[in-house]
Design a protein around this ligand. Structure first.
Ligand code: ZN
Length: 495
């Protein structure tokens, strides 16, 4: 049995430092940088990512990894090696010509996508997407797979996950959720308490109180304002920042986005500090990360117990809504109806937006679907799952930037997060049946403690599949999520 050498550790620590420096620069770009800084910042970011990538794929890294031989796979060192080798191999398998072409195609496609969306003109984007799909197919062949080329792409976001598992998951969700969504009201009803005049400072005061109650540690974080909120870790659990947005006429726009990012941040703040500057830092996968943001945003933040506790504070903070009961606020937090835009969709219909994208991107990769036919297929699927046809391609097939960025295999991680959030919460609740009651008292330490112990502290120590089994006693399953949705929306909408 071998030990990991100091030179290998040092190498991955340097790569982690370079990546953290990039994260600081891009955090600054999105929060404080004046517009004039854009060109210089793009150069700085590209230099840092080139140095980090070169260091990862260098012969020296390859030699150090090879020389290490085998370590006990169940030890921390074994996990270090598993993740380090995986990162090295994924990067080293792509020829530098392909990496360059992907990055060129990505920037051209993003520019074309923006124009195409503004003009709602699919033709402007189609040739770029065609090129991108061809390159992704080529990348999948280089990366390698056992069952399906999609697995090779998916693996970047969800290590170990297969398309065959997703097919099963989405088939179940389609079967269970499409009939429920068909019975929903066709437009938003009951959202009045969250619409009107909401002073931004008061909004921030209220959400800060909630996020602090959740357990977000402000001595290791901060919050800034951005266009598209995100959470970023700039040096392990010691510096985990969240960002937010405001709409003075719509409370949910700020509030639930803030709870979502705080959920990501609680995960990052809870990772074992010993993993900082190693490949084991950060969350186990995108789906696992999303399970934490959705758990705090939806399962906690949109629960009846939550609004029972926060209703008095809400009424005091926003006197115009003082007449709204806890039940009114609970219903306002859970307005569901089929809508066009994924990012504004409610918990229930959201998964059907992902289902549409999943079916399309797998068909594209298989060559079963021509890029030119995509708007038609998009509209057909929207009609059959959500019950309407988008008003325009801009509000339909062109609404998301992901495919322009080459992110094929990424969308399903949103739904994986939803599914896992319910399974994880159920496990926490069965270990501590008092959790729900505590939420109605504004206490979250038992829930957070359980998440810390069973998920957060492990970072990337375990593969997502193993982590979920260790934490919940079973493999990933959609049952808890489907019954959560049916119970909740069945009652609210009398379905
Ligand atoms: Zn998220």
């Amino acid at each position: 049995m071998n030990e990991i050498s100091d030179s290998l550790k040092q190498r991955f620590a340097t790569i982690a430092d370079l990546d953290a420096a990039s994260a600081v620069l891009s955090w600054d770009q999105q929060t404080h940088m004046p517009e004039g800084g854009l060109a210089a910042r793009a150069e700085q970011l590209s230099t840092l990512s080139r140095i980090s990538h070169d260091m990862l794929v260098s012969e020296e890294t390859g030699a150090l990894l090879e020389e290490t031989g085998n370590t006990d796979p169940t030890s921390v060192e074994g996990a270090f090696l598993r993740v380090a080798r995986r990162e090295y191999e994924r990067a080293a398998r792509l020829p530098s010509r392909l990496v360059g072409e992907l990055s060129r195609t990505r920037s051209l496609a993003q520019g074309a996508w923006e124009k195409a969306r503004t003009n709602s003109d699919w033709e402007l984007f189609a040739p770029h997407l065609e090129r991108m799909v061809a390159l992704q197919r080529e990348a999948a062949e280089h990366l390698g797979y056992e069952e399906h080329p999609y697995d090779a792409l998916l693996d970047a976001y969800e290590p170990g996950m297969r398309k065959s598992q997703l097919d099963e998951l989405f088939a179940r969700l389609r079967e269970e959720l499409v009939p429920i969504v068909k019975k929903l009201p066709r437009e938003a009803t009951g959202e009045e308490p969250f619409r009107g005049n909401f002073d931004e400072e008061k909004q921030e005061e209220f959400s800060t109180r909630v996020v602090t109650d959740f357990g977000y540690d402000w001595s290791r974080g901060r919050q800034d304002r951005v266009t598209h909120p995100f959470c970023t870790s700039l040096g392990g659990p010691a510096d985990v920042r969240i960002t937010t947005r405001f709409d003075p006429t719509w409370f949910s726009y700020h509030f639930f986005a803030t709870l979502h990012e705080a959920g990501h941040a609680l995960y990052e703040q809870g990772v074992d500090p010993a993993y900082t500057r190693t490949p084991l830092a950060g969350g186990a996968s995108l789906g696992m990360h999303e399970s934490q943001s959705r758990l705090w945003e939806n399962i906690v933040g949109r629960s009846r117990e939550f609004w029972n506790h926060y209703q008095p504070l809400f009424g005091k903070t926003f006197p115009q809504a003082a007449g709204a009961s806890a039940e009114d606020l609970y219903r306002a937090a859970n307005v569901a109806y089929p809508s066009e835009i994924r990012t504004e969709a409610d918990e229930l219909t959201y998964n059907l937006h992902i289902l549409i994208r999943y079916e399309i991107e797998t068909a594209l990769l298989e060559g079963d679907l021509e890029v030119s036919g995509l708007p038609g297929v998009w509209n057909e699927k929207t009609k059959s799952y959500l019950g309407f046809t988008p008003r325009s391609d801009a509000r339909g097939v062109l609404q998301d930037v992901h495919w322009a960025m080459g992110l094929i295999g990424y969308f399903p991680t949103y739904t994986l997060g939803n599914v896992l959030s319910a399974q994880i919460f159920e496990a926490a609740e069965s270990a501590h049946p008092e959790i729900r009651e505590q939420i109605s008292e504004g206490r979250f330490e038992t829930l957070l403690g359980w998440l810390r112990e069973n998920i957060h502290r492990h970072g990337r120590r375990y593969e997502p599949r193993e982590l979920i089994e260790r934490a919940t006693g079973r493999p990933m399953e959609s049952g808890p999520y489907v019954s959560y949705l049916k119970r909740k929306y069945g009652e609210i909408y009398d379905l």
